[in-house]
Design a protein around this ligand. Structure first.
Ligand SMILES: NC(=O)c1ccc[n+]([C@@H]2O[C@H](COP(=O)([O-])OP(=O)(O)OC[C@H]3O[C@@H](n4cnc5c(N)ncnc54)[C@H](O)[C@@H]3O)[C@@H](O)[C@H]2O)c1
Length: 254
């Protein structure tokens, strides 16, 4: 319970999948969390169920105005943050030939510009507490290795990987005591993957193929990913900076 006692953090895309599992694990480890997501009742309901250490704020990560509004609220209520987890993302498939410019821009707006704004405003919020802190950006194995049907997704997730390293080096040079790292899941059993699988012409066969592609023969669980995030937020990771934690059952080792 003491692992994250007295730590306060913001998580984006918290209403579903990896974000939601991460919230549960953060709370189990003693953190106070501000859950954020697009305007939806599911996130707010979950925060209510979680109790007094969880609250919910609407935040579209692509909107700079939303980032300014939430920063003002956090500044007033908590006088800063200890961590921010840039988790919100969209997983729309498409090869280079299938992807329209509009889709490319939309995927990059959420997956790349979202973490850019999250790091930018997150640094300001963490600086306010005077204790330093941790930024965790959720990338993907698709930010390290290519996938033919994920042109925009791969590009957006690769950008997060190097943004992370730039932020880590900047904060270290400035002496802020703010670490920044990325987490790279492989296919994980969440509503995002459910949607991709069900859009396939043979969903059952596709799901089996995804599982078979993993050296460990299964998809990741949201909790598999949450464990790495909670470690990066905790003081156990206090010398871990500018790096990537791959949580993929060995997929990128092949
Ligand atoms: N599930 C996987 O296989 C997998 C693999 C690698 C990486 N990831 C990454 O993990 C993260 C979480 O994915 P997930 O699988 O839990 O997906 P999910 O669809 O279950 O949850 C994503 C959440 O992000 C929110 N969101 C989407 N656009 C947003 C926006 N503009 N502003 C704020 N919130 C927004 C959604 O409302 C949703 O609650 C994403 O960044 C995703 O790319 C997922």
């Amino acid at each position: 319970m003491e692992r994250l006692n007295n730590k306060i953090g913001l998580i984006t895309g918290a209403a579903s999948g990896i974000g939601l599992a991460t919230c549960e694990l953060l709370l189990q480890n003693g953190a106070t969390i501000i859950m954020s997501d697009l305007s939806n009742s599911a996130g707010r309901q979950k925060a209510d169920q979680f109790g007094t250490r969880a609250s919910f704020e609407t935040l579209d990560v692509t909107s700079e105005k939303d980032w300014i509004d939430i920063s003002n609220k956090i500044e007033k209520k908590y006088s800063g943050l200890d961590f921010i987890i840039n988790n919100a993302g969209v997983g729309t498939p498409g090869s280079i030939e299938d992807t329209t410019l509009e889709q490319w821009r939309q995927i990059h707006a959420v997956n790349s510009e979202g973490p850019f704004l999250g790091c930018k405003y997150g640094i300001e919020l963490i600086k306010q507490n005077g204790r330093g802190g941790s930024i965790v950006n959720i990338s993907s194995v698709a930010g390290i290795i290519g996938a033919p049907n994920l042109a925009a997704y791969c590009s957006s997730k690769a950008s997060v990987r190097l943004l992370t390293k730039s932020v880590a080096l900047h904060c270290a040079r400035k002496g802020y005591g703010i670490r920044c790292n990325s987490v790279h899941p492989s296919y994980t059993d969440t509503p995002m993957v459910d949607e991709i699988v069900s859009a396939h012409r043979n969903p059952m066969q596709y799901k089996i193929a995804l599982e078979a592609a993993s050296p460990m023969g299964r998809l990741g669980t949201p909790l598999d990913i949450a464990g790495a995030v909670v470690y990066l937020v905790s003081d156990e990771a206090k010398f871990v900076n500018g790096t990537e934690i791959v949580v993929d059952g060995g997929l990128t080792a092949t």
